[in-house]
Design a protein around this ligand. Sequence first.
Ligand code: ARG
Length: 587
Amino acid sequence: MASVTSLSDSVHQRLAAALSAALPQAGSADPLLRRSDRADFQANGILALAKKEKANPRELAAQVVSRVESGDVIKDIEVSGPGFLNITITDRAITETLAARYADDTGRLGVPHAEQPGTTVIDYAQPNVAKEMHVGHLRSAVIGDSVTQLLEFTGESVVRRHHIGDWGTQFGMLIQYLEEHPHELDHKADEVSGEEAMSNLDRIYKAARKLFDADEAFKTRARRRVVDLQAGEPRTLAMWQKFVDESKIYFFSVFEKLDMEIRDPDIVGESGYNDMLAETCRLLEESGVAVRSEGALCVFFDDIKGPDGKPVPLIVQKSDGGYGYAATDLSAIRDRVFNIKANTLLYVVDARQSLHFKMVFETARRAGWLNEDVKAVQLAFGTVLGKDGKPFKTREGETVRLVDLLDEAIDRASAVVREKAQDLSEEEIAERGTQVGIGAVKYADLSTSANRDYKFDLDQMVSLNGDTSVYLQYAYARIQSILRKAGEARPVAHPELELHEAERALGLHADSFAATVAEAAAEYAPHKMTAYLYQLASHYTTFYDKCPVLKAESPEQIENRLFLCDITARTLHRGMALLGIRTPERL
Ligand code: ARG
């Protein structure tokens, strides 16, 4: 594989070698290299090391400088302040490194795989059957999809699990209603659109609820139905399946609108763990991890208490024998650890479920299902707020339907695209409007760190100025237009050319894509990728202002600048793809 050593890694290696030559007892000390305003890089690690070894930091720094192998990479290295090192890279090294990335025909821009990739099961995009998808379901889907792309890009094998809510007592009510009103869901599944499927379900849900609240006899029949469902009575199961299938038509339509690939075999909902539940309880009870308390099977924690100071247990089995959300999640852990053989279980779930996961993970640890080799992490996300800073609601105070939001975003974006459109047809405007609108929603969601709440503000999201996906998409499209206008001139790297300050800044930033991928993937932090791309586009804008491309001084310089344009575009394209966002060639 054509993986390329980044400039920062190659400087790091040189400094580390010089450091251990200057101070053998330091072993493999980290020179702590950072990008810097004063030079290209600054190393700050010598200070702490000198302190530890009781050496004079400036003297140690000077020794490192005298021992460092600069090769063709380091142009200048000098001691500054109390013992920092300022490092300047040669123009040649910048261009050559980028040229090596450019030559990587796998489309990876020379980004290496992680050293020890493992298997991650990621639990995301998990709406609930027979219920409308709301804006909370957006976050799990968007963040989960991006983290999946990032992990896969580093070579991790990723198994997706969409833990949909497809089980529980409300299904007794729905099924009983359908049994008594048999034609309400009659149609061929492939003839129904997503919206239609949802409105069917919604109608049935409301009607069933009404009857359930008003009619005692129906209530009793509905409760009996739950028992039948849990016992696997075939007719009941078949009706339940109808609800699940109908909901999936709807889910798929929303995911498609979100431009996201969700595969049917990866949808393993709560019901998928049914035949593990009894065993899970038995294992927990026999090992003493769970105990019977007032008939229920419970797990207690020293540090988890309710407002009254009494311990709040995790209830694995209710006193009536029923199993809930916790038993299902504990069974899913067993499946993911022992059958799928994952090293990491990642849950992209609302922060409001953090206590649940804390208890579930601790229980699994006590049972020995999780340990040093197999870890579980909740990637907890915050709430989507309205412009007023309160949880997002319609004017009538209802939760906002996700599809309505997406449609509105697409409308707004189409208006922006239309306004700027020069040579786009109506059809193209519609297509770009969708890519820009969906991109805007995803980007806004991904660009704040997941654990924070954010305001859903469409005006801001589709703004052309500022940290938005539209800004990045325009940067990309503008580069494509330059490349088209270049005619005969091709992007070619010329390492012999001297670079302008703005070219250096752009080039150094483009080279740090690999480090950003590694960091964003390791920390499950797509916002690090958005920040990187925004900076990349900003560096590009400065470069474009300062350095004429097609009117550069010499044919070589034109080629080299086209090359810088193109590598920027490829990096933008690749980075945006890792966020699940399209980069149209024309806007
Ligand atoms: N269906 C749940 C909800 O909408 C999310 C499921 C999260 N995943 C899990 N393994 N519990 O809130």
